[in-house]
Design a protein around this ligand. Sequence first.
Ligand code: ADP
Ligand code: ZN
Ligand code: MG
Length: 635
Amino acid sequence: MPAGKSRKPAPKKKRTGWRALFGGPSFFGNLITTILVFLFLMSAYSLIASFFQPTNDTPLSAVAADVAAGKISAITVNGDSLNLVYADQSTKISRKDPSSGLPETLATYGVTPAELAKVAITIQGQSGFQFWFATLAPIIIPLLFIGFIFWFLSRQVRGAGMQAFTFGQSKARIIDPADSSQRVTFKDVAGAREAKDELLEIVDFLKSPKKFLDIGARIPKGIILMGAPGTGKTLLARAVAGEAGVPFFSISGSEFVEMFVGVGASRVRDLFQMAKKAAPAIIFVDELDAVGRIRGTGVGGGNDEREQTLNQILVEMDGFEPTEKVVVMAATNRPDVLDLALLRPGRFDRRVTIDLPDRRDREEILQIHARQKPLGPDVKLAVIAERTPGFSGAELYSLMNEGAILAARENRKELTQYDLIRSIEKVMLGPERKSHLLSKKEKELTAYHEAGHALVSSVLENADPVHKISIISRGRAAGYTLKLPFEDKKMQSRKQFLDDIAATLGGYVAEEMLFGDVSTGPSNDLSVITAIARDMVVRYGMSEKLGPIAFGERQLGNEPYSEQVAAKIDAEVTRIIEEAKARATIVINERREALDAIAKELIEKETIERAEFEKILIANGITPKKREESESVVV
Ligand code: ADP
Ligand code: ZN
Ligand code: MG
């Protein structure tokens, strides 16, 4: 029921504690780890050394007594350790004070020279080398070790084109054009043809800047890549660097958000300085919206650090000489919240939009990611592409990967079509949770809920036809209904939206009608439809009451419409949802036998595929819709 296709961005890693303090794990992190490892080794060494030390030394007083009694025939002195050989050939060990000789030591215990003369004393001196080694090794070895670590770290840093020990400076990740393992080119980016065309110009410029500068051409300093998460913005930016063969300096806007005031700005300064030294080069600011939000609207005082960082970016971009061979690229999935100052001419004035891939692009992306994977003879990537509308490049990538994992887990050498089909659902909804057992009541509730979605979808004219229903829970969803839209939807009409909302409410209505109660199950359904209804009113001008006006986002300090309009919007959203609910209720009331039949089948079989589902529909006097080969989901 809940969750499903909600695509929340993964929670960003927070930089807290010492990491924030030292600017990340790189240099200081390594240093601290090294020191800890070193301390550990030291204590381990002394532990082991003490372990090997003989603990049952004979006390010197006993040695002296034995010498006086004539029981000892020979003593070998080695440094401060004593090897005692008794008259009966037994041996013992002991130790003396290293600063005084054996005779003096024994004399202090009252051994007379005559008694001592009866003992054969051999002094085994350590060789000069042994002595020096034993004395100096504990000092020199750690020094060598630390020296090695410094050498190693500085090599890493220098490899990145920086001077050694510039810690605390820009934390940019740098991709060296000479590093072929990291090199990405346009060949690795499927689809996005318009974006690539636009960016070719930049590639040309970075390859031979002189040609452009000689003729007085001004190349755009800043290019913003805009597009949904996972559409390959980062990939494309790297590909530009790869095509042009220039170094790629990248940094993410979200990294600045939790830093101390001033650090972000100085990082930006360092980053630009480094890039200018390495020019021609690309600077890539990922997640620009994290620093580039409209200033002065921050609720609760705003974020000084963010503003300073943003200002520094603007200052740096303005300070570019026209001959500078550095191009700044940035990526965002929220172009609507960007500060207008960023979009002014001379800054990020070139905008490149990357759309979600269409069917052909999806097939190409799948092909790219299938390169290193052996595909079985039955694999038809075109079919997978048809069934994955709305998938981003990143999701297609993980689909291929899940398929390979499935094949590997079953010890197969090739991926099959079935692996990929199963992976579609896994990527959409998370893994199946067969172990998640529903109680009899829950199972019934889930079955009726999904049957509600499926039935309303099948009856309403503009809703998408149903492809599969299941009450096997996946991810956070207790059950799910897969639907197949007629084509890749680039545009949706008002009628489609309204029928979608009604179908999504079908689950809620069925639960309420049958059990006289609603569960927490449909909470995700409700947030989905509320968002759709709101967008209809606010963004698409689909409400007759408010007319064809697109209202901006309402925030504190940025109020594009009045309180009265806000109240009207809320009323319209409520009305849309109420009407959709009423329509879903009518469908479910009128087709009660169909609902029961679907739910019964679900309780029994847990999953119903399209063919079986359509049989149930026909048996209950509903004509199944004709469908095309692509898929969307309601959970
Ligand atoms: P974004 O930066 O837009 O969120 P990424 O560039 O990080 O997306 O994309 C994540 C991954 O998805 C890429 O590393 C790549 O494997 C895959 N991917 C995305 N778009 C494409 C594409 N057009 N062609 C090939 N692979 C893609
Ligand atoms: Zn639902
Ligand atoms: Mg990215």
